[in-house]
Design a protein around this ligand. Sequence first.
Ligand SMILES: [Zn+2]
Ligand SMILES: [Zn+2]
Length: 182
Amino acid sequence: MLVVHPDSCCDICNESYDSKRAPHAIACGHIFCCDCLQKCTPSHCPVCRGVYRKEKIKKLHVETTIMGRDEISRASSPSAIAEHLQMVAMVSGEGVLDVEVEKSQPVRLALESVKRARKLQQDIETARTERLATERKLDRVLDDVRRAKLVEDGLLQSNSETLQQVKGICQACSYAHTQFVA
Ligand SMILES: [Zn+2]
Ligand SMILES: [Zn+2]
């Protein structure tokens, strides 16, 4: 159920919403009272200038209030907010009695969020550690590949040197052969 704050009013006529003046939504999502929307010509939203169709104006079914004005101002008073924040700070720490936590639903919800956030943080930390380990492993493999390449280059080099030596020997050999035949 949507709840209308006692101070909410139509932005066109500034009249508060109540049982007689219900909030109405138009295509763009902005909300005004029905009278003002019907009177608006041409049918453009006064906030965003979006065009709307008068036959498509939707009445919003809302609870005009669940708290009196006094209750709302008490709940949102600086001291009440400070108390709430203190409770949240307390329960987000270690060693807090469950009884204290159970006392207030907002605090319990806040605690659950804190727990979820912590779990998420741990998951991120684990993922990061795993990624670092994988990166290190990959580095080692690349190192091995580089070393293997160096060995291969060395072998190719000495191979071609040996070939040169063999060629030299062959040349000397065939020279000696010609000399001998002659
Ligand atoms: Zn109005
Ligand atoms: Zn609008």
